[in-house]
Design a protein around this ligand. Structure first.
Ligand code: SF4
Length: 368
């Protein structure tokens, strides 16, 4: 099966208070060049010319990197690995960092999908989130990407902020729907301490209400809800992210990037200078127990869960025995899990508490 390639660009114009991704604030051209050289070295060192059908540039803010660097990295991947025709090639971008010319260059370099971190179309919410862009800039960047020729655009939005009003959420949803992107990712704000720099997470009941509002509104206008937080028009599901949720293989290049290949996992150092110096990745040998947990942790995020076949091939066990585990049976009887058409999944009305349900499934199965 072809692999996914992930490229991490760990630079941002400003750190957002809620962010847990590895990135540093920098626009230093010398650092960018040294990091770019290290990335090219890592790609060229990769031992075998494997087949690839998705490439995802994430961060950080990949769109603050010079377009010529992004384009050359893509060329290095294409000349060193076998990128299949029709591969999905995504760039994450922040509204503040896009302009017409660079969007056109990105498209002509081979990028065919852009994921814009709009987060909200309320200026007040954007300011609470500490974002550098305004709602107008987010809208403008969407139009620029369309005009440049991108016909596969994703928008990210955040909900579950303590002072966020229903009107602010509805304003954002109306705007997103009117722009009609092919894909929408919606993330509940999460903060370890619940609050940071005046930004606080809404009470769970409020977040749940917002989540269901989002699910209803996007469903009403024809978006498929295909993963807990992701919605898309038919044919525009994120092929790259589906690989993660289906435990498929991928290679990550760049600081903090992870790889999963031939039963092995490794993760590059989450430090720019160590990465540039060529410090080796940390290898993680996957225990059977961890693989087993991941099967549920990842696949039950998808709204169609997993098939009896997938389960039986993975565990070499009959799914009927799994469904007969008393706690699993209880979860099915109470509607937190459904087994229909040979697939086990979490019904839409309970996806908001999918994490809790998955923990129950994992612990019930490990007890048997
Ligand atoms: S711009 Fe994105 S990656 Fe950078 S700090 Fe903000 S949320 Fe994190």
């Amino acid at each position: 099966m072809p692999l996914g390639v992930y490229i991490h660009i760990p630079f941002c114009l400003k750190r957002c208070p809620y962010c847990s991704f590895f990135s540093v604030v920098s626009t230093d051209k010398t650092v960018f060049t040294r990091y770019y050289d290290a990335l090219i070295r890592e790609i060229e060192r990769f031992p075998s010319p494997v087949e690839v059908d998705t490439i995802y540039f994430g961060g950080g803010t990949p769109s603050i990197f010079p377009v010529e660097f992004l384009s050359n990295i893509l060329t290095a991947v294409s000349s060193h690995l076998k990128v299949l025709p029709g591969a999905e090639i995504t760039l994450e971008a922040n509204p503040h960092t896009l302009d017409k010319q660079s969007l056109r260059l990105l498209l002509s370099s081979g990028f065919n999908r852009i994921s814009i971190g709009a987060q909200s179309f309320s200026d007040r919410v954007l300011s609470i989130l500490g974002r550098l862009h305004s709602a107008d800039e987010a809208e403008e960047s969407f139009f620029m990407a369309r005009e440049a020729g991108f016909d596969n655009i994703s928008l990210d939005i955040i909900y579950g902020i303590q002072t966020q009003t229903t009107d602010e959420l509805l304003l954002t949803l109306d705007k997103v729907i009117s722009l009609s992107p092919e894909h929408i990712s919606t993330y509940a704000l999460t903060l370890e301490e619940g609050c940071v720099n005046g930004l606080c997470v809404a009470p769970p009941e409020e977040s749940r209400r917002m989540y269901h509002r989002i699910v209803r509104s996007l469903g009403d206008v024809g978006y498929s809800h295909y993963e807990v937080s992701n919605f898309a028009r038919e044919g525009f599901f994120s092929r790259h992210n589906l690989k993660y949720w289906s435990q498929e293989e991928y290679i990550g290049f760049g600081a903090s990037a992870s790889s999963h290949l031939s039963g092995k996992r490794w993760k590059n150092p989450a430090d720019i200078e160590s990465y540039i110096a060529g410090c080796p990745p940390v290898v993680d040998t996957l225990s059977k127990e961890k693989m087993k947990d991941e099967f549920f942790l990842l696949r039950l995020r998808k709204t169609d869960g997993f098939s009896a076949n997938e389960f039986e091939q993975f565990f070499r066990e009959d799914i009927a025995d799994f469904l007969a585990i008393p706690r699993i049976q209880e979860l099915v009887d109470s509607g937190y899990l459904a087994f229909e058409g040979g697939r086990l999944f979490i019904p839409a009305e309970h996806l908001f508490v999918s994490d809790e349900i998955i923990v129950e499934v994992m612990s019930s199965f490990s007890l048997t």
